[in-house]
Every structure is written in C-alpha cells, then in structure tokens.
Ligand binder design. Structure first.
Ligand SMILES: C[S@@+](CC[C@H](N)C(=O)[O-])C[C@H]1O[C@@H](n2cnc3c(N)ncnc32)[C@H](O)[C@@H]1O
Length: 233
C-alpha cells in the first residue's frame, strides 16, 4: 500500500508564506514500510539490535546530551522508544520526554514500555503528522532526533514547528546517516535523500545555528553524524 503524502492546496502552513507554493514532499514513500508493517516486533529487531551504530552507542549518545534533571525533551521520530526510555531516565521524575512519531503503533508501544519501566509520568506520546511534530509552542528545552530527519517529508514546515516548540536558546541534537555521494552504499544513497551539508543548510535556513559535532565519551560514530544546533531568535 502506498501511503500518499497529504497535500492541502491553498492552506498556508507553518514555514510557508501565504503566497508561497505549497512545500512538496522531499521523499514521497519514505515512510511506506511503517504503514505497511504496522507491528512492533520486526521494528524492534531492526532498531534495537547490536551492530546498529546508534544502538551500540546509545548510552554514550544520551550522556553526551548532558541533560539537566527536570528539562523537557522531544524525541522526534521516536520509533520503538529506544532513546525515549533512556532520555526519561536522564531527565528524572521532574522532567518530561515527548515521544513524537507518525505511527500510532509505535506510540502505543512506547506508552506500554514507559509504564513497565516506571517512567509513565515522565513520558508523553505525541501523534505527529507529516508536516508537524504537534508540539505546543515553547514546550521543550531540547530536541533530539536519531535516524529520523531523513524520514521527514516536509522539512520546511516541520522545522518551523520545531523552532516554535523550542524555548529561546534551546538545543537541537541531530543524528543521521552520513550520506556521501560516490562513497555510501547504494541502499543508503537511495534511502537517505540528503547529506550532512545539505541538512545543515536546511536547519540554518529554519533558524538554527550549528554549534558543531557532538563528541562521545568513548568511541566515535562512523556511519552517522551527530550535530548540535542552537535555536536562534
Ligand atoms: C528509522 S526510525 C528511527 C527511530 C528511533 N529514533 C531510533 O533511532 O531508533 C524513523 C522514525 O521516524 C518516524 N517518522 C517518520 N515521519 C515522521 C514525522 N513526520 N514525525 C514524526 N516521526 C516521523 C517513523 O515513524 C519512524 O519511527
């Protein structure tokens, strides 16, 4: 089943001037496999497995965010909640983690996991749309996203909403596959639409200043880049 990207002609949305042409999907069909296989087990096997770089380094990645207890974090494209649960433990009982995803079955699974792990009070699931993370303005201190930016079909509209959701001076951490034309594997070149430089350009155009790459305590990411941005006014 192909999931057709939605296109509401004539309705100006976040990130679009009233007279601008509607933003077209930058990668139609990128999320089809999630709609087609709306179960948890195969995705847990895929996302929560040794050998997947962000899984192997998950603890060091969360540690590198240096989250203060009590802060509010959005996990954009939370998937099966691999990072959501670690973020919830990092922000503590006074913090909040908004697990944002397009797929209701992932969000239901995250709610069940949060209850099982005693962090249900900290974790709130949020049903996103293709164009919006559905977060309230000024609701988070930190945005984290792992391996999900290339799944965002309407980055201009989406980033405008993330910008609004982040409090002034807030941080955005982005991990995604390092796509290098002529070097990356064929599947990656096909699956991931943009390389690091292009992604940085999109973030900068949306009002985020690149602060630089994020270092891990031990080891480095080889297949992914890990960047920190700060929201500019
Ligand atoms: C490759 S998974 C990454 C999951 C998780 N962050 C991890 O690293 O294990 C990409 C996720 O992005 C989600 N996604 C796609 N489009 C989205 C959107 N517009 N808003 C929120 N999540 C989205 C998908 O449903 C999927 O769960």
């Amino acid at each position: 089943m192909a999931h057709a990207p939605t296109e509401d002609a004539g309705v100006a949305r976040a990130g679009e001037a009233a007279d601008a042409t509607p933003e077209a999907s930058v990668h139609p069909g990128i999320n089809d496999s999630y709609f087609e296989q709306a179960t948890i087990r195969p995705w847990r096997r895929r996302f929560e497995r040794e050998g997947r770089e962000v899984f192997d380094h998950r603890h060091a990645i969360v540690e590198a965010l240096a989250l203060q207890p009590g802060v509010a974090v959005a996990d954009i494209g939370a998937g099966t909640g691999l990072f959501t649960m670690l973020l919830a433990k990092a922000v503590g009982p006074a913090g909040r983690v908004f697990a944002v995803d397009l797929m209701p079955h992932f969000l239901a699974h995250i709610r069940a996991q949060a209850a099982a792990q005693g962090v249900a009070e900290v974790v709130t699931t949020v049903q996103a749309t293709e164009r919006s993370p559905s977060l309230a303005a000024g609701s988070v201190d930190v945005v984290f996203t792992s391996d999900a930016y290339h799944h965002i079909e309407y980055p201009r509209a989406y980033l405008a909403e993330i910008h609004a959701a982040l409090r002034p001076g807030g941080l955005l951490y982005l991990i995604d596959y390092d796509r290098v034309e002529g070097e990356s594997a064929a599947w990656l070149l096909e699956h991931v639409r943009a390389g690091e430089r292009e992604v940085v350009g999109e973030l900068e155009a949306a009002g985020f200043a690149l602060e630089g790459p994020v270092a891990l305590r031990a080891g480095t990411l080889r297949e992914n880049y890990f960047l920190r941005f700060r929201r500019t006014p």
